[in-house]
Ligand binder design. Structure first.
Ligand SMILES: [Zn+2]
Length: 395
């Protein structure tokens, strides 16, 4: 169990106790990870928890990046590693965000020291991680090709947050002109020597690519950004007038497919945001981008437009909240059923908590009754066996 860090305030702005808005009892800040951690992961999780609890990693409250509002409701008080992380949903626009979150200095140190061993379970770039990145690049390349205005040889791509460059390598090998930037010096160096790619240690604010890129790529990076509006405002200026902004990010409505319906297994303190296609549009449209094509994976292509389609947004709150609650209930029911098969008594205790959290779930009540019935039957069977042993004298 990890030491608890600076706790989020107990009361939300709407006056409800924050614990009451948690998706379920699984999201309390109790230091327990969602699954088994390796010894290396445990060591680094303890290190992060220590830095949080001593204030070495400072936290900051930020207004919602879409609506500027501060009416948030707490979905989870810990992440998959058992670290104290406040995942909140904006009640006005539905953007899911970590708030409060570590400040920039804390994240910088975290990415240098703890992120890779925690997330990938390794201290150095691994061939397996590179293979996955490259595979993701090939899939993305096949998707992006249908939107091209010019042949690959004349198409300049800038990838932001390229890591070791596996994604742009997939583009380069079919002729695209590619360049990558990332803050991880080790990864940039690895990609340069391993693939001979044009990679630099930089942010989007440090570069002036010439010619202006026809495609700017964000593959599993947008969910890590701090000042997301400044980031994409800058991209809008860099991008060629007929260019494309391509964003891939874990989609809220796609999580059941990737994380077996377990929101807790998805959560990690490196994620500052979790998007749906709607909330991503809410960020990008006021900055002068228009959606050309997109899926809830999320994988989306935006084009720059001169007149932003208004500074307004369409709230995703009701849909996102209902979706998360339904996903959580399904997860709890499956888990209850699994426990019922193994140990009816333990399952009954678990399902009692599920019925308390979701009092209107018929299936939860039904499974609880079934667990109690089985537990009772097992108890009676044990009593009968004990009586039989007393009646039949031992030889
Ligand atoms: Zn908002």
């Amino acid at each position: 169990m990890l030491p608890s860090a600076q706790k989020p305030s107990t009361f939300g702005i709407d006056g409800r106790r924050q614990e009451e808005t948690l998706l379920s009892f699984r999201y309390l800040d109790d230091g327990m990870p969602a699954g088994e951690l390796t010894p290396l992961q445990k060591r680094f999780a303890r290190q992060v928890a220590h830095k949080l609890s001593t204030g070495q990693y400072a936290l900051e409250h930020v207004p919602c990046a879409v609506c500027g509002g501060q009416e948030l409701s707490l979905l989870a008080a810990k992440d998959r590693y058992g670290l104290p992380v406040s995942t909140q949903i904006c009640r006005t626009c539905g953007l899911i965000q970590t708030n409060p979150r570590m400040d920039q200095a804390a994240y910088q140190e975290f990415y240098n020291q703890e992120y890779r061993p925690l997330y990938e379970g390794a201290l150095q770039p691994t061939p397996r991680a590179l293979e996955l990145q490259y595979a993701r690049g090939r899939a993305l390349r096949d998707y992006v090709r249908r939107f091209l205005l010019r042949p690959p040889e004349q198409t300049w791509i800038l990838e932001v947050g390229c890591g070791a460059g596996g994604v742009i390598q997939a583009f380069r090998e079919v002729g695209f002109q590619v360049q990558g930037i990332d803050l991880g010096a080790d990864y940039v160096e690895y990609g340069r020597s391993h693939w001979g790619l044009d990679l630099r240690v930089a942010t989007v604010h440090d570069v002036e690519p010439e010619p202006r890129p026809h495609i700017v790529l964000y593959s599993h990076v947008a969910e890590h950004l701090l000042d997301i509006r400044a980031e994409f405002r800058r991209v809008r200026r860099l991008l060629a007038p007929d260019g494309l902004l391509v964003v891939e990010t874990p989609g809220l409505y796609h999580l059941p497919v990737v994380y077996q319906g377990d929101f807790l297994r998805y959560l990690q303190n490196a994620h500052t945001y979790t998007f749906s296609l709607r909330t991503l549009r809410n960020i990008l449209e006021p900055l002068g981008f228009q959606l050309l094509s997109g899926t809830e994976m999320v994988r989306a292509v935006f084009v720059p437009v001169d007149v932003p389609s208004g500074s307004g947004f369409t709230s995703d709150y009701a849909r996102a909240r209902a979706f998360l609650q339904e996903m959580e209930l399904q997860h709890l029911l499956v888990e209850g059923w699994r426990r019922l098969v193994a140990s009816p008594m333990e399952a009954a205790q678990y399902l009692a908590r599920v019925t308390e959290a979701f009092p209107r779930s018929y299936l939860a009540h039904h499974l609880l009754a079934l667990a109690l019935e089985r537990a009772d039957r097992r108890k009676r069977a044990r009593q009968i066996r004990a009586r039989a042993r007393r009646l039949i004298p031992a030889r």
